[in-house]
Design a protein around this ligand. Sequence first.
Ligand code: SF4
Length: 99
Amino acid sequence: MTAQPGAYYAGQGGLPAFFNNPQRACARPSVDPGLFHPGTRRGGDKAKAICARCPFWRDCGEWALANPDVAGSGIFGGTNEADRDVIRARRDARKGRAA
Ligand code: SF4
């Protein structure tokens, strides 16, 4: 996969507006788009480091958390798929304790 995250997911609907914003760190010409699609649930450390400098990291990560079927194993908001599973589980546990 060589498309930028926004381009790759454009046909899948429901994308937030920031995916079309050229200020996305992953949209810069110097960035290898393939970094954001490691093809595994873990890894993507180089992409995560790029996300850390992106103004959209929080919204991007929340989008991926809310759309796991679309996000798949991509790197979004500094998280890989395994990271997002952990975050969801922690949030669910917190909700359970609060109920
Ligand atoms: S947080 Fe990462 S994946 Fe999301 S727009 Fe920024 S650089 Fe791209």
